[in-house]
Write a protein that binds this ligand. Structure first.
Ligand SMILES: *Cc1c(COP(=O)(O)O)cnc(C)c1O
Length: 470
């Protein structure tokens, strides 16, 4: 078993190790429907958890330990968690953990090609570019010539979008630039703006209409007031599916405002973007094709494992202008008619990210993803209709995407807030499904988000029954 170089297992040992991992993972996936929705309960701070954390935080040993033993430790760490890969996970915006994408990641890391500069593996870059072109043009409807880059998630995509907008519209003088975001924009937008050097007081939160959408007329007035005060409005960010309620801002109206005012128009579609694969989604997300840039999260609505986001832009040259940079040590890497991803974002060395999106899309076909997203839309309608029939609940907003937001009805706000939190605790105590909450218009609000690819009718019905019992 031991080879002369311990860091280079021979073929037989590689296969043995790989099988050991695959067997465990197959068992893990088989058991997902029966695993507890939350193995951390009853409390995050329990003595058992503390003991486990202490035990697993030991420094590495001088001499290696058997793989099976180490996998046992990893399993115990995995078990103390929310079951984010399971079918009962309806909290936050679920990811997936699509197996075929995980295989592509494993493959990518073993062949270890350099994903940052096209000249080092041009055909792999072409393959990644084909995925980005598909996202930009086929999914988002951006014109020919559009493209972008894969990131580690939506936050990084929002950051690169804001850096590009700032560079394109403000140049070097950034202190007077102002940004307009909707009240329920994801916090990563304001965070990215701050990281990009935009002071907090230059980030304008636009009020919302009663249906929780950006009030575009109010945005227009804020822009006028800022211009009158000598400031330089440069960017408006719309949400194509807020994280709180899945609400889609008025995209065509926001695009028109941006056009009239000469602002960069960014759409944060980390949650909603891929619903454009469906007929209903395309209708509801009309206007996205007018954006200068769009953030999407394949690790949400393409069901991929965490770690893959995407930024697509109308004009990749503007992204490159903002992120370009090189060093003498890169002088041997020539120019190709392919993007150097290192020059479109902040990172230099990284793996080829495209395979983990390309392989699932080609292996399963786009129709499989469209059907899965359509199923999630159907399941959401089912949840919405069922909760609307429950007299103890208030379900104020028909879902734009796959999130149903609701509260317990009560005579006054304080009682409603308390009862709503109690309902959340009771539902989650079942350990069959896991929901999360937010605050909308200052009121405690629960949410069911149906996104995980393993969630089907039976889990949704289980969630409905648990909420009804509340
Ligand atoms: C999840 C989310 C983000 C952040 O993306 P990460 O992948 O978690 O970094 C941004 N915007 C929206 C609307 C999201 O739902």
């Amino acid at each position: 078993m031991e080879s002369a170089h311990p860091l280079e297992p021979g073929r037989a040992e590689m296969l043995r190790q790989g099988r050991l991992v695959l067997d465990r993972l197959a068992d893990f996936v088989d058991r997902l429907p029966d695993r507890p929705a939350n193995s951390l309960s009853p409390s995050f701070g329990s003595p058992e958890l503390r003991k486990l954390v202490d035990e697993l935080s030991a420094p590495p040993p001088e001499h290696g330990v058997d793989l099976a033993e180490l996998l046992g430790k990893m399993d115990r760490a995995v078990d103390a968690a929310l079951e984010t890969a399971g079918p009962g996970y309806f909290a936050y915006i679920p990811g997936g953990g699509l197996y075929s994408s995980a295989l592509a990641t494993f493959y990518t890391h073993v062949v270890n090609r350099y994903g940052s500069v096209a000249a080092t593996a041009p055909a792999l870059t072409a393959l990644e570019e084909s995925v980005l072109r598909w996202i930009a043009q086929d999914v988002c409807g951006l014109p020919a010539g559009s493209g972008g880059l894969l990131t580690t998630g939506g936050s990084m995509a929002n950051l690169s979008a804001i850096v590009a907008a700032r560079h394109d519209r403000l140049g070097e003088q950034i202190s007077d630039g102002t940004v307009y975001v909707s009240a329920y924009a994801h916090h990563s937008v304001a965070k990215a703006a701050r990281i990009a050097g935009i002071a907090g007081q230059r980030i304008r939160v636009v009020p919302h209409t009663p249906d929780l959408r950006m009030d575009v007329a109010a945005a227009s007035e804020m822009i006028a007031a800022d211009r009158a005060a000598g400031l330089r409005p440069f960017l408006v960010v719309a949400s194509a599916g807020t994280t709180d309620t899945g609400t889609i801002d008025p995209l065509p109206e926001t695009a028109a405002l941006a056009q009239d005012e000469g602002l960069w128009f960014h759409v944060d579609a980390a949650y909603g973007g891929f619903f454009r694969l469906t007929e209903r989604g395309r209708r509801r997300l009309t206007g996205m094709e007018l954006a200068d840039s769009v953030t999407l999260d394949p690790h949400k609505t393409l069901f991929l494992p965490f770690g893959t986001g995407a930024l697509v832009v109308r004009d990749p040259a503007r992204l490159a202008a903002a992120h370009g940079g090189t060093g003498d040590y890169l002088q041997d890497l020539g120019e190709l008619e392919l993007p150097d991803y290192a020059h479109l974002g902040p990172e230099l060395s990284h793996e080829v990210r495209g395979l983990r999106v390309w392989l699932p899309l080609h292996l399963h076909g786009v129709a499989a993803f469209t059907a899965a997203l359509d199923e999630k839309l159907d399941l959401t309608e089912r949840v919405y209709a069922a909760l609307r029939r429950m007299p103890h609940l208030e379900v104020p907003w028909p879902p734009d995407l796959t999130t149903v937001a609701f509260r317990v009805r009560a005579a006054d706000r304080a009682t409603a807030d308390r009862a709503t939190r109690e309902l959340l605790a009771r539902v989650n105590a079942s350990n069959r499904v896991y929901l999360s909450s937010t605050v909308v218009d200052g009121r405690q609000t629960l949410r069911v988000t149906v996104v995980a690819h393993r969630s089907h009718e039976s889990q949704v019905d289980e969630a409905i029954a648990l909420i009804a019992r509340g």
